[in-house]
Design a protein around this ligand. Structure first.
Ligand code: PLP
Length: 407
């Protein structure tokens, strides 16, 4: 197809989007190989599947959604979301105490919608959000689609520690250049590394945010996509208190991973700000952004998630069922980390979540070589991302061998 034919329909902005999503492109290639009769390893998609390839869905979540009365779900929910659900999410994500008094929440289509809300309301067009070099790829597309950009800081230093010095320098540069900062941190169980920020990391990050000049608005967005999959993620609350001395804290919450309800498209952005007037302004901006984009979120999903959070039996059931999925992920990690030993394969420290990654300066070439061995994984800047959530334990040795041979 020539560009001139295409451009009859698509504007340049739309044309530029073709084949842009490497995750779905690689997944499509794996599916093609399967259709041809091959038995590929598809380590691309971030949905947790059992070893037989079927989606791992929490039975309690199935029940919660199934029991929603259509009569209750058919109408629009309020634009920002159901107040009872938003209060339940605040109770779920925030510790008991004063933080709950300075929160305002909006429901969003998944965590993706929460990140969208953050980008369009806490940055102006042309401005950049700050992310670590190793980050979830769609941040880039979201920034691109909203006329924002990403700037990156080195994720790990020479000793393999989270690079708070690089973060501090990048924040200072961004503050000087654009007079506003939005730092996005995905923890615990970061996608793509599986890394969880430690207490020392948090205090280094808080110091870096405190060093941003007082006249520069500072916002820290914590993307908590994997928060229910990684134990002991509590160390950040001291840092949050310190961030709040300087500006706004945003928490991106999602039912996609928390309740394996990826298709329900239920997420939330919880915004924390100590000043009432400013918080009211944030609340209004988030509300109007809903109206101007998706109007309101899926009402059936909201009602189902509300029950999962509030009905003690369903909540306890979901927690126990999720515990078994965490065991599954850990068994896959154990098999993979055992199989890579002695093969010259380096991964960041893994603490949990759906992904790990193999560090390489040549990610595109390595990913291409892997496809020749019927292994499909996603090249991200500086690494090959591997979806532990998608690969059975029994195939981890084959995966390690293929990577070892392709580096
Ligand atoms: C780091 C991270 N953030 C956000 C999301 C958003 O997911 P969803 O929009 O389905 O909630 C994902 C999904 O893979 C993710 O890995």
């Amino acid at each position: 197809m020539t560009r001139s034919i295409l451009s009859h329909a698509l504007a340049d902005a739309g044309l530029a989007l073709r084949s842009n999503d490497v995750i779905f492109r690689m997944h499509g290639a794996a599916r093609e190989r399967r259709a041809e009769g091959a038995d590929p390893i598809d380590a691309t998609l971030g949905a947790l599947v059992y070893d037989d390839g079927s989606l791992a869905v929490l039975p309690s979540a199935v029940r919660a959604i199934r029991e929603v009365r259509v009569e209750d779900a058919a109408g629009y929910s309020p634009l920002s979301g159901r107040p009872d659900l938003m209060a339940a999410i605040e109770r779920d994500v925030l510790p008991e105490g004063p933080l709950r008094d300075i929160a305002t929440t909006v429901m969003t289509p998944g965590g993706t919608g929460a990140i969208y809300q953050a980008l369009v309301n806490f940055l102006d067009p042309g401005q950049a959000a700050l992310v670590s070099e190793l980050h979830w790829g769609p941040y880039g597309m979201l920034a691109d689609r909203t006329d924002r950009r990403l700037e990156r800081f080195r994720t790990f230093d020479e000793d393999g520690a989270f690079d708070t010095s690089a973060l501090r320098e990048a924040l200072a540069r961004q503050a000087a250049e654009q007079g506003r900062v939005l730092l996005i941190l995905n923890t615990p169980g970061q996608n793509p590394t599986g890394y969880t920020l430690s207490e020392a990391d948090w205090s280094g990050i808080a110091a870096a945010v405190e060093a941003v000049p007082a006249d520069v608005p500072a916002t820290v967005l914590l993307d908590l996509a994997y928060v229910r999959y990684v134990p002991e993620p509590e160390a950040w609350w001291d840092a949050v208190a310190r961030f709040l001395e300087r500006g706004t804290v945003l928490l991106a919450w999602t039912a996609s991973k928390t309740f394996t309800l990826y298709g329900a498209r239920i997420g939330a952005l919880v915004a924390l700000h100590p000043t009432d007037d400013i918080r009211a302004g944030i609340d209004q901006a988030l509300n109007l952004t809903c109206r101007g984009t998706w109007t309101a979120c899926n009402h059936q999903g909201q009602l189902g998630v509300l029950r999962l959070l509030e009905d003690p039996e369903l909540r306890a059931g979901a927690d126990a069922e999720r515990g078994r999925l965490i065991d599954l992920l850990e068994a896959r990690w154990d098999a993979f980390s055992g199989a890579i030993a002695g093969r010259g394969i380096t991964t960041p420290p893994w603490h949990g979540g759906f992904f790990t990654c193999v560090l390489t300066d040549d990610a595109d070439a390595v990913a291409a070589r892997l496809t020749e061995r019927d292994v499909f994984a996603v090249p991200v800047g500086g690494a090959i991302r591997l979806a532990l959530c998608a690969v059975p334990e029994s195939r981890m040795r084959q995966l390690a061998e293929a990577i070892g041979a392709s580096l």
